[in-house]
Design a protein around this ligand. Structure first.
Ligand SMILES: Nc1ncnc2c1ncn2[C@@H]1O[C@H](COP(=O)(O)OP(=O)(O)O)[C@@H](O)[C@H]1O
Ligand SMILES: [Mg+2]
Length: 261
């Protein structure tokens, strides 16, 4: 076995629209720009991460679903993106059938882990995008990952549901994957003119103190425009505040890991 350490990071929150996919697409791009060989696994049947890189539906026949079903092997489904050093395993809507299909299957929690096992040595970072639920796909992502990033939209109801997610993390840790830990909570769509954002941010820091990333992702219209061009925001507009924030998040994570060695 190789001694290479691969950071495998699930990005999850059972709420939709909090910035999971945006974080996967842009943090992975920023990591690749820091010369880290990076892979995205799109484990949300909606396939927004795949769309975010302009991957058309007819290019998604070899996808996460076909690998898990054993029709294709992992290597053939890996696609290069337009970003050097950044690859993706895309998804198709077929993946939505998987949760039902796996119900009676042995080791159903470890399908994504098995997919990663074959190729993880080739990468420094692997990011897994997850659907807005705590169903079997998210559980698979948490069983495969070494850490979890939780994007939290800085709005009034942000903390709702977070305790359920933390309970799920404990459950996974105790039963399936004792390596996993919370890497950090990421405040997203922060608007400094909005007092609620400041209140929520203080609240989250009180609850989770050193587990909240120092980098905060601002609300930035360029971030929301970029996917319609099939590009990460770092490519669409490198100088905007959203790009700068994701670049600084990548730096924060790399530095954190240096401290841990
Ligand atoms: N920081 C941000 N500023 C502005 N819009 C954002 C930001 N982050 C995400 N968005 C937009 O909000 C929507 C939901 O984000 P997305 O990453 O798809 O959430 P999730 O994957 O959690 O459902 C998308 O339209 C996205 O472009
Ligand atoms: Mg998403």
């Amino acid at each position: 076995m190789s001694s290479k350490f691969t950071h495998i990071i699930a990005v999850s929150n059972q709420k939709g629209g909090v910035g999971k996919t945006t974080t996967v697409v842009n943090l992975a791009t920023a990591m690749a720009a820091c010369d880290k060989k990076t892979l995205i696994i799109d484990a949300d049947p909606q396939g927004n991460a795949s769309t975010g890189f302009g991957i058309k539906y007819d290019q998604r026949d070899k996808d996460l679903y076909s690998i898990i079903c054993g029709v294709d092997n992992t290597k053939v489904s890996i696609k290069n993106t337009m970003i050097p050093k950044l690859d993706i395993i895309p998804t198709s809507p077929d993946l939505s059938a998987l949760e039902q299909e796996l119900v009676d299957i042995k080791n159903r929690e470890f399908k994504i882990r098995d997919v990663i096992k074959e190729i993880s040595d080739c990468y420094d970072y692997i990011f897994i995008d997850t659907p807005p639920s705590l169903g079997l796909l998210t559980i698979n992502a948490l069983c495969a990952a070494k850490s979890l990033i939780v994007p939290l939209q800085t709005e009034f109801y942000a903390l709702e549901g977070l305790s359920q997610l933390m309970k799920t993390l404990e459950l996974i840790k105790n039963n399936f994957n004792d390596q996993i830990s919370l890497k950090g909570i990421l405040l997203t769509m922060y608007d400094k003119r909005n007092r609620i954002c400041e209140m929520v941010s203080n609240d989250v820091k009180n609850h989770f103190n050193n587990k909240v990333f120092k980098t905060v992702i601002p609300r930035n219209v360029r971030i929301s425009e970029a996917p319609s061009y099939g590009q990460p925001v770092l490519m669409y507009d490198i100088s905007c505040s959203g790009s700068q924030a994701y670049a600084s998040l990548a730096g924060e994570i790399i530095n954190q890991e240096k401290d841990q060695i």
